[in-house]
Design a protein around this ligand. Structure first.
Ligand code: KIV
Ligand code: NA
Length: 277
């Protein structure tokens, strides 16, 4: 497979070809995202919840993120690689945001970063973009700010909220974001923002008219099923597949059905005779 760059992403957008994006959090998932032909691989901070078992994305540290980025990058060679800036690693100052972004690129082998926020992050987006790191902005439902939002809730349901989302989208575009992720908003608002912008929108729960779509791998594969957001489509139920396979293994061990001869190493009879004597 050919390596995708930001130029390929921009070209898809120009030609109206929908952009596919999926998260990954380790070497095997990165490899599978690569082999499936998906355009963008995101090391999302959702891995805090779906891979590490935290209750929210907020506890994730930059070092933890880097550990996962490196693993994904070893498996995902063709997709364009984006990493989330973990909460607490970019909000305090644009300088700190640049520093963290550089770490994700240099130590995490990522190509671009994503951060949560709209107009209030414009200066930060501009600074990161100015050092040559492409920035994707993330507006609407911003999970790192769930306390302020009152939980994982759909955004832009009132005219005023929807207008704020449009302003956010225009502000991050103006600041130099190369794309905007739209999370959990009515389809009409996702459509309107997509039409207003001249950069791609990537939707998750933002309707079918976005320039592209993203899902969280462990949700879409049915690995993480503690709760399933409305916007998730379960393309597989790997939790069920793996749990019943593990039950089978457990039973096989208990009943000595495993290992069978084909999983067992032979030895020459002559060597065995010597061994016994
Ligand atoms: O962390 C994540 O997985 C995300 C999703 C919205 C794709 O940001
Ligand atoms: Na995220």
């Amino acid at each position: 497979r050919k390596k995708l760059t930001i130029l390929n992403i921009n070209r898809m957008y120009k030609h109206g070809e929908p952009i596919s994006m999926m998260t990954a959090q380790d070497y095997p998932s990165g490899l599978m995202v690569d082999r499936s032909g998906i355009d963008i691989c995101l090391v999302g901070d959702s891995l805090a919840m779906v891979a590490l078992g935290y209750d929210s994305t907020n506890p994730l540290t930059v070092d933890e993120m880097l550990h996962h980025c490196r693993a994904v990058a070893r498996g995902s060679k063709s997709p364009f690689l984006i990493a989330d800036l973990p909460s607490g690693s970019y909000e305090v100052s644009p300088e700190e945001a640049v520093r963290t972004s550089l770490r994700l690129v240099k130590e995490g082998n990522m190509e671009a970063v994503k951060l949560e926020g709209g107009k209030e992050m414009a200066g930060t987006i501009r600074r990161i973009a100015s050092v040559g790191i492409p920035v994707m902005a993330h507006i609407g439902l911003t999970p790192q700010r769930q306390s302020a939002l009152g939980g994982f809730r759909v955004q832009g349901k009132t005219a005023k909220q929807a207008m704020n989302l449009v302003e956010d989208a225009l502000a991050v575009q103006e600041a130099g974001a190369f794309a905007v992720l739209l999370e959990a908003m009515p389809a009409q608002i996702g459509d309107y923002i997509t039409q207003r912008l001249s950069i791609p929108t990537i939707g998750i729960g933002a309707g079918p008219m976005c320039s592209g779509q993203v899902l969280v791998l462990n949700d879409a594969m049915g690995i993480f099923d503690r709760f399933v957001p409305k916007f998730t489509k379960q393309y597989a139920n790997l939790n069920q597949v793996m749990t019943s396979a593990l039950e089978q293994y457990h039973q096989d061990v208990k009943t000595k059905q495993f290992p069978s001869p084909e999983n067992t190493y032979p030895i020459d009879q002559a060597q065995l005779d010597k061994f016994w004597n």
